[in-house]
Each structure stands twice: as C-alpha cells, then as structure tokens.
Design a protein around this ligand. Structure first.
Ligand SMILES: [Zn+2]
Length: 180
C-alpha cells in the first residue's frame, strides 16, 4: 500500500506553490504566514483553507465585481478549492464547483461583450439528473440565474463532472450575432 505523505507545510509548498505564486505569494511569505497562524495547533489542511479564503478576500478588495479579472481569478480559486477536496477525497465539492461555474459564466459574459452568446450544458455520464439536462441551451443570464450544474439535484457521489459550453449564437447565415 502506498505510504500516505504527511500533510505538513513542506507538502503544501510542494503541491501548491505554483498556484499561490500566481497570486504573488512566495514560499517565504507562505512560511511566514504559517508561523504566525495558530502556532503549533493548526492543521495544515485548515491552513490551506485559510490561504484560499485569504486570496478570495484579497481579490474582492482589489477588483470590482464588474471586472473581467475579478471573475477570472475568483473562479480560478474556487476551482482550486474544489480540486483540493476532490484530490484529498474529503467532502463533496459541489458547493464550490457551483461558485466556480457562476464566476466562469460572469467571466464569459464580460469577455464576450459584443457577441450574443448561448450556453449549452455538457454532461458526461455524471448522474441521471445531469444527463437529463445534457445539451440544454439557454442564455447566459438564465444559466447564471438557474445554476443547474453542481446543484443539490446532482447525485454523483463524488462530484458533478458537467460543464457549461459558452459559444456565440449564430444567425441563419452562420455569422455570430453581435449585440445591439
Ligand atoms: Zn450530476
């Protein structure tokens, strides 16, 4: 049986430094924050959560919710949080995946300002509920409002594996439709 690697600060640095570097956190900074964080008593798995939450707060402080970057970075952090739960086999990460998808949709909406887009649901044998809505098309506003993916209806025991496909809506002539 493979030996379980101890979850300590060195493990965290090895696994997540590349991710945290994207947000301006160096190895030295992470070690310093860790030294000050609940000395001797805190679990590393709680610490990594503390860092994720810290990043979300910092992003929200620096970027307005109307900014492309706000949604890109926020969706990235939620995705990483969900991946962490999946890899560590902890609890079901759907509540994080739902937030990830929401910010991803907001990001796509801003990124494609001039185009009319439609959203299609792609389910890859996730669960009966999700398979039932596979191929469903809607506007981006509807998708943001309904948040059908990674919902409480998904019965995949591990996590919802579906995704939204955001694509330009095409007219009868095949050209992408422009707003206005
Ligand atoms: Zn599902």
């Amino acid at each position: 049986m493979p030996k379980r690697i101890p979850r300590d600060i060195n493990w965290l640095i090895k696994k997540y430094l590349d991710f945290f570097r994207k947000y301006g956190l160096s190895e030295t900074m992470i070690r310093e924050i860790y030294e000050k964080w609940l000395p001797g008593t805190g679990l590393i798995t709680d610490f990594i959560w503390f860092i994720f939450e810290y990043l979300l707060t910092e992003i929200a402080k620096e970027k307005t919710p109307l900014a492309l970057e706000f949604h890109r970075l926020t969706s990235d952090v939620y995705n990483q949080m969900a991946m962490y739960l999946i890899k560590e086999g902890k609890r079901n990460p759907n509540y994080l995946l739902k937030k990830f998808h929401y910010h991803e949709l907001c990001y796509s909406e801003i990124a494609t300002t001039n185009f009319v887009v439609e959203v299609e649901i792609l389910s890859r044998k996730c669960c009966p509920y999700c398979d039932n809505i596979n191929g469903l098309k809607m506007t981006i506003e509807e998708a943001k409002e309904k948040q059908l993916l990674a919902s409480e209806n998904c019965t995949n025991a591990r996590n919802c594996t579906c995704s939204y496909l955001v694509k330009p809506l095409r007219g009868d002539d095949g050209w992408a439709l422009v707003k206005g």
